[in-house]
Design a protein around this ligand. Structure first.
Ligand SMILES: Nc1nc2c(ncn2[C@@H]2O[C@H](COP(=O)(O)OP(=O)(O)OP(=O)(O)O)[C@@H](O)[C@H]2O)c(=O)[nH]1
Ligand SMILES: [Mg+2]
Length: 334
């Protein structure tokens, strides 16, 4: 065993066992074979991680008292995001990333107001997009102003864009290189990775907390690529009567059971096809798990990792989807 760690994902490098994490053909290399394949060929190999390991890392971070950037994905705002406070008490900047995928009509103040209403209050908050370089100057200024030492940690669920954020900060504000591995799959980063931005600032990437209810854990890699929106979502509105259903990307079905003539607006990746059917004549996805929801006025039905549906009038609906996926109702974001 070496004492060298992969600069892409943080795993300890080894050249003994190809089947194990950290394998590299030579210890002269700086990255493991898994990262090499992801970076060069877009070939993804999912690694099963446990949240216990991550919670251990969070506890270590907590004991430092250093500034933490807590990254959240704009599309996955749910009550679980507050759980971070069970693990760390550090000063924190809440960073709402992937702003570019939400329609421009949704204003940043609305998103920030929503987080406040959920319970974030003492934390600084900022809406950004790594992809579009949106508000990164403002974030960098905040980091410089709020950091407690030379070290700043980046934490959050898997796939929210932690490594993307660090690579972007390095590209914009550092003379040093950074080659953290980024991928659309969950659990890309496997351990802590320190990246020196300047003499008095080192940013530390961490593996993400696995969100067990997220749909990306239960579909194959080609579908994950379609589910992760790459562009601004174009919401699609369907006028719908009870007895009709919508099938979204062949992963989810929503049947409108009871209620007046209604309007469902779907916010999911533009790559996913949506079709409307007469529910009694449609057998699609009936073999998946079914749950019934009562959606009230001004509420969204959220599907973890997929997106959300804004329903105008109160509605009773059946949702068919993989049994592990978290589906819930929240006050409307819009
Ligand atoms: N549209 C959009 N996609 C983004 C943005 N930032 C990151 N992504 C994408 O989100 C996916 C996950 O990015 P990563 O940087 O690997 O996320 P991570 O949080 O480090 O993930 P883990 O290491 O698995 O915990 C990739 O497909 C990125 O291209 C953004 O601002 N906008
Ligand atoms: Mg990462």
């Amino acid at each position: 065993m070496s004492d060298k760690f992969c600069i892409g994902c943080g795993v300890k490098l080894q050249e003994e066992n190809m089947a194990q994490d950290g394998y590299t053909t030579s210890l002269e290399n700086d990255i493991c074979l898994r990262c090499f394949r992801m970076k060069n060929y877009g070939e993804y190999q999912i690694v099963a991680k446990s949240n216990e390991e991550y919670i251990k890392i969070l506890k270590q971070i907590s004991s430092t008292g250093d500034l933490v950037l807590y990254v959240i994905d704009c599309l996955n705002i749910d009550e679980n995001i507050l759980k971070i406070r069970d693990y760390i008490t550090n000063p924190m900047i809440v960073v709402l990333n992937k702003r570019d995928v939400l329609p421009k009509s949704i204003k940043d103040v609305k998103l920030l107001g929503y987080l406040k209403k959920m319970g974030f209050s003492s934390e600084k908050m900022i809406v950004i997009s790594c992809e579009k370089n949106y508000h990164l100057d403002e974030l960098m200024a905040l980091i410089n102003k709020c950091k407690k030492s030379d070290e700043v940690y980046v934490v959050g669920n898997t796939n929210v864009g932690k490594s993307s954020l660090i690579n972007k900060l390095m590209k914009n504000y550092s003379v040093y290189p950074s080659s953290l591995t980024i991928s659309p799959m969950p659990s890309t980063t496997l351990d802590k990775v320190s990246v020196k931005l300047k003499d008095d600032l080192t940013i530390i990437d961490t593996p993400g907390l696995i969100d067990r209810g997220n749909i990306t854990n239960y579909v194959d890699s080609s579908l994950i690529k379609m589910i992760n929106p790459k562009k601004e979502i174009k919401p699609k509105t369907y006028q719908i009567r009870s007895g009709q259903c919508l099938v979204i990307g062949n992963v989810m079905r929503i049947d409108y059971l009871e209620g007046d003539k209604n309007s469902f607006t779907i916010f999911v990746s533009n790559d996913l096809k949506i079709k409307r059917y007469n529910a009694s004549k449609c057998e699609l996805l009936k073999d998946t798990s079914k749950s019934t929801y009562d959606v009230s006025f001004h509420q969204d039905l959220v599907v973890d990792g997929l997106g959300f549906i804004k329903i105008v009038a109160p509605a009773k609906v059946d949702v068919y989807i993989d049994m592990n996926v978290n589906v819930f109702i929240r006050d409307s974001l819009i």
